[in-house]
Each structure stands twice: as structure tokens, then as C-alpha cells.
Write a protein that binds this ligand. Structure first.
Ligand SMILES: Cc1cc2nc3c(=O)[nH]c(=O)nc-3n(C[C@H](O)[C@H](O)[C@H](O)COP(=O)(O)OP(=O)(O)OC[C@H]3O[C@@H](n4cnc5c(N)ncnc54)[C@H](O)[C@@H]3O)c2cc1C
Length: 368
């Protein structure tokens, strides 16, 4: 069997890696540089708490792969299981956390509930006004700049052909499969996997599949480097859009959340940061870590991410076209899922089945 993976973000590169390891002749096509779509812009959070419950099996599968990333990829992509601390500032947040923790337990996720004294003792300086917190000890973060190139290089070593800076000008269904026209000639394969991120909607539409997806840019920023004091990824339980932050090992504190995401025109797909939204973010960041009050913010950025109306990705076989598969529209939470998505899609394509349930993400949910 041979396959074309369209899109060289985390989903495409991880899929190419796992497909090649299963012995499938794989070509990955990316129109820009590898990993320069939504993936490079990611906050890098590897978080399972707060997820749609039927997505937890995929999230667990992915976490197991993150834990093996260095051995699988032959390179450190800075995955660190530092734990994920989610602070709670009001009764609504506490209720939200407790309900999720109870519902998630049968799905294999155990959250520790922390009292204010536990927070002070275990995480001094974090959330002094918090009334409680959850802690998920096995979650953490990785470096979004490193991971797609690492998967692409490992895929190449496993036998995949990686074509970056290769725009696709036409996609055609043929009796034998698919032909993609590129400036490096026609690329043909039996199977086509659509990992085109926010642009996956257009690929699906060319096969008569309409997905209610819109592109938005979450607002991210980073401080100057500071002495390393914050070990876990820090977030908030809230029905509003809470702040989140983490300190990288070099000392900079990366943060996001709080404000609305900015709409992005997928063509050309340049997601811009909005400096006007920064003060609102900083007010919440200082609530999480008061010691950040006087630090300098040195950069803001954003990235073009596909958000599906029901906030769930599109994964699985096409509903219209044999041999076409989709894995796109990860709605701001795909970084954690990436390795698991690649492995699950390779399973599905190679064997026709996948032990991790993917039905809730099938494109047919929009058919009516
Ligand atoms: C600012 C920001 C912060 C985020 N933070 C987190 C987080 O902390 N935790 C988390 O779990 N998730 C997070 N996410 C979400 C996560 O980063 C994405 O869900 C994930 O990276 C999506 O990967 P992808 O491969 O589907 O898409 P992308 O990385 O966008 O890759 C798609 C690729 O397809 C290529 N492409 C599209 N069309 C074509 C074509 N016709 N021909 C050739 N190539 C094509 C594009 O150039 C692009 O490189 C964040 C996203 C953003 C934007």
C-alpha cells in the first residue's frame, strides 16, 4: 500500500512516521517548511484534564507516546512530565473541577484535589488567592518548535519521502487512488490522508464533504528569561476562558488564554497577535503568579488553527470517498493528541480498524 499525507504539521509528520514504520510507502507533502502551521505556534501544553471524555482514550494513547518520544524519534523534543496544576478561584470553578474529576475517573484519568495549604507547600508562589486546585501529575509540555521536524526526520529514516516547500495545485481521484499535482511533478498513491489543519476544510470540500470549520488565532506571549521557579504547567478551572502559563527550562514564561481568539483568513493564513489584548491577559497571569508583576514581555505571536463548530476534530475515513482519510481541525487542543493521532490514523489506514475509538470524530456527523 502507498499513501500521501497532505500537511506537514504535527498530525501529518506523526502520521507519516507511524505509516512508514508499518511498512506503508509514504509521501508527506507540505507547502511551506515542516511544522510551521498551527503546530509551531502552540503553547505546548500536554494536558488531559478538561477534555471531552470520549477523547480521553486517544489522549492516553498519545501521552504514552510522548513518554517514549525521545526513544522513538532519536531526539529530545523537550517532553517533560512536570504535571499540570489547575487553580480554582471561585465556587463555579470548584464545581466544574469536581464534576470533571468524577466523570473522568472511569475513563482512566485521576486528578488530585489540592487544598490551599497543599498549593502553598507544593507550589510556593503559585495562585496565593486560589481556594483549591487540581493536579494531574503525568501531564506536562513539550517544545512545539522541535516536534514536527523530529517526526519528519524520523519518518524519513523509516523510509517516508518528505516533500516540504511543495505546494499542491490540484488533487484528483483516479481509478487507482489519488493524484496530486505539485511543482515537483504528479504524486500518486492509493490512500490520501488529509492533515491540512485549518486548511483541511478546503481539502474535504473538494470531495463533497462540508465541515463547519473557521480559522482563529489564539493569542500567545512570552516574558524575558527569569530564574527557573515554575515547574508545572499552570491553568485555571473556569467557565470563562482562563489564563495558562509555563516556564521553559531557559527561564522564559510563555502564556496565553483569557482573551478571544482573533479570526484568521485561511488564505494566506497569517495569524496576527493583537497587542490590545495583552493587558487583559497580564492581569490574569499575575493572579496565577504574582511574582510576574514587573517582568517584561518580549514577544507576542499567534497561529492559524481550525476550530470546528462542535469543538471536536475531524478524524477517520471520508464519508464520500474510498481511500481518503481525515485528521484535521483540532480546535486548539491538538498538540497533546498529535503522536496518538498519527499512530491511530496509521493503524486505521494499515489495518482498517483502530483500537482507540474514533467514531465521535467522524466527518459523517455533519452529513445532515
Ligand atoms: C497559538 C496556539 C496555541 C496552541 N496551544 C496548544 C496547547 O497548548 N496544547 C494543545 O494540545 N494544542 C494547542 N494548540 C493546538 C495545536 O497546536 C494544533 O491543534 C495542532 O498543532 C494542529 O496540528 P496540525 O498538523 O493539524 O496542523 P498544522 O500544524 O497547521 O499543520 C497543517 C499543515 O498543512 C499544510 N497545508 C495545508 N494545506 C496544504 C496544501 N494544500 N498543500 C500542502 N500543505 C498544506 C500547512 O501549511 C500546515 O503546515 C494551539 C494552537 C495554536 C495556534
Amino acid at each position: 500500500m502507498d499513501a500521501i499525507v497532505l500537511g506537514g504539521g504535527l498530525m501529518g509528520t506523526a502520521s507519516a512516521f507511524f505509516l512508514a514504520r508499518r511498512g506503508i510507502r509514504t509521501t508527506l507533502i507540505e507547502r511551506n517548511r515542516i511544522g510551521t502551521g498551527a503546530t509551531v505556534a502552540s503553547f505546548g501544553n500536554i494536558r488531559r484534564s478538561g477534555r471531552y471524555l470520549p477523547q480521553l482514550p486517544l489522549a492516553h494513547r498519545s501521552l504514552a507516546l510522548w513518554n517514549r518520544a525521545e526513544a522513538l524519534l532519536g531526539r529530545d523534543v523537550e517532553f517533560r512530565a512536570t504535571g499540570h496544576l489547575r487553580l480554582i478561584f471561585d465556587a463555579d470553578g470548584l464545581d466544574l473541577m469536581r464534576r470533571f474529576a468524577e466523570d473522568a475517573r472511569p475513563w482512566g484519568l485521576d486528578l488530585e484535589e489540592l487544598e490551599p495549604a497543599d498549593i502553598r507547600r507544593r507550589f510556593p508562589g503559585l495562585g496565593p488567592e486560589a481556594i483549591a486546585a487540581s493536579f494531574s501529575p503525568n501531564d506536562g509540555s513539550a517544545n512545539p518548535r522541535l516536534v514536527s521536524p523530529a517526526f519528519a526526520d524520523a519518518a524519513a529514516r523509516a523510509g517516508a519521502r518528505i516533500l516540504d516547500e511543495t505546494p499542491v495545485t490540484a488533487i484528483r481521484r483516479t481509478p487507482a487512488g489519488f493524484t496530486l499535482d505539485t511543482d515537483r511533478g504528479c504524486i500518486e498513491a492509493e490512500v490520501l490522508l488529509n492533515c491540512a489543519g485549518a486548511w483541511g476544510k478546503a481539502v474535504a470540500a473538494s470531495f463533497g464533504e462540508d465541515v463547519p470549520l473557521a480559522a482563529f488565532g489564539p493569542q500567545m506571549a512570552v516574558t524575558e528569561p527569569l530564574p527557573h521557579r515554575i515547574s508545572p504547567v499552570v491553568g485555571v478551572w473556569s467557565s470563562a476562558h482562563g489564563a495558562y502559563l509555563r516556564q521553559v527550562e531557559r527561564g522564559n514564561v510563555v502564556f496565553g488564554g483569557v482573551v478571544d481568539r482573533v479570526p484568521v483568513d485561511p488564505l494566506p493564513g497569517h495569524a496576527r497577535p493583537d497587542p490590545g489584548r495583552l493587558p487583559a491577559q497580564l492581569r490574569q497571569v499575575v493572579r496565577l503568579v504574582p511574582a510576574l508583576r514587573d517582568v517584561a514581555v518580549i514577544r507576542q505571536w499567534s497561529g492559524c488553527e481550525g476550530y470546528v463548530e462542535d469543538m471536536l476534530p475531524v478524524m477517520g475515513p471520508s464519508a464520500t470517498t474510498a481511500g481518503l482519510f481525515h485528521a484535521f481541525g483540532f480546535c486548539g487542543h491538538g498538540f497533546q493528541l498529535g503522536p496518538g493521532v498519527g499512530d491511530a490514523m496509521a493503524d486505521l489506514i494499515a489495518t482498517g480498524a483502530c483500537e482507540t475509538p474514533l467514531e465521535p470524530f467522524h466527518i459523517a456527523r455533519f452529513a445532515s
